[in-house]
Design a protein around this ligand. Structure first.
Ligand code: GLV
Ligand code: MG
Length: 290
């Protein structure tokens, strides 16, 4: 099983060459070079123009880790020029913000000549259209954004993020129904490790594959939360063994830790093992418990 490992997606504003040059060494699974909301409107043209010369170095330093490019949305004056640069640079994926209309996503896909798209679902309309957005050709994942979402629905930020639950679940459902990945919002208080941990655990519990980040200090937590723990791995191994032994006796069910398991549990268990293997390949020195 070939498991893509995108536990952490770190936004890096495209504005400062020194920050960009350092970004690959931070260890994120994915870098998202940002032309959108991290940049002042007056800085956008210069940042876009500077990317061509910075890009090869960024790719070389990133090695196997992916580099995405977040462009400005379809209803902004920068969208066309951003797509033109994206089409030339060919990042591993283009992140389209504030997606609401499958037609404009399709148009971006045509212009980008096959570069996979990650769609940000971060407005009321976007959440309601998520299932259709996820099915547009070329879409490889959905990315939730809480800042824009809260603004869109006039929600108040709360510590338990309850105001996000419906939207987050909607994003995961739409992604899974289309067979693509789902990534969660950043945790914006980058000096709050316990808030980050709780937010990441909630997202993992809902089914997200990884979480976006706004600070390198958030990555270790995301790598821990979005990779299987030692307990999960051990249980997955027990499930697979039990189902295989049951099958030899012509039975479809088995008992693991006092619970009934079926072949469907073995499928998920194999996915967990594949993800663990991918995490170990990426961070061979990482502790095996977690
Ligand atoms: C991210 O783009 C957000 O709006 O939270
Ligand atoms: Mg946003």
């Amino acid at each position: 099983m070939n498991e893509t490992l995108r536990r952490s997606l770190l936004y890096v504003p495209a504005v400062d060459p020194a920050v960009l040059a350092k970004a690959p060494s931070r260890g994120a699974d994915v870098l998202v070079v940002d032309l959108e909301d991290a940049l002042h409107p007056d800085a956008k043209d210069e940042a876009r123009a500077g990317l061509a010369s910075l890009w090869p170095g960024l790719l070389a330093a990133s090695g196997e880790r992916e580099v995405f490019l977040r462009v400005n949305g379809a209803d902004t004056p920068w969208h066309d020029a951003d797509l033109a640069v994206a089409a030339a640079l060919r990042p591993a994926a283009v992140v389209l913000p504030k997606c609401e209309d499958p037609g404009s996503v399709s148009a971006a896909h045509q212009r980008l000549g096959g570069i996979p798209l990650m769609l940000m679902v971060e407005t009321a309309r976007g959440v309601l259209a998520a299932a259709e957005l996820a099915r547009v050709d070329g879409v490889a994942g959905l990315v939730f954004g809480a800042a824009d979402f809260r603004k869109s629905v006039r929600a108040r930020a709360s510590a338990d993020e309850l105001e996000l639950l419906l939207a987050r679940s909607g994003v995961v459902l739409a992604a899974r129904a289309a067979g693509i990945e789902a990534f969660d919002t950043p945790w914006f208080d980058y000096r709050d490790p316990s808030g980050l941990k709780a937010s990441a655990e909630r997202a993992r519990g809902l089914g997200f594959d990884g979480k976006t980040a706004i600070h390198p200090g958030q990555l270790a937590q995301l790598h821990q939360t979005f990779a299987p723990s030692a307990d999960e791995v051990a249980r997955a191994e027990r499930v697979i063994t039990a189902i295989e032994e049951a099958a030899l006796r012509g039975r479809g069910v088995a008992t693991v830790d006092g619970e009934l398991v079926e072949a469907l549990h073995a499928v998920e268990a194999r996915r967990i093992l594949a993800r663990r293997a991918a995490a170990l390949r990426r961070d061979p020195a990482a502790p095996r418990s977690g």
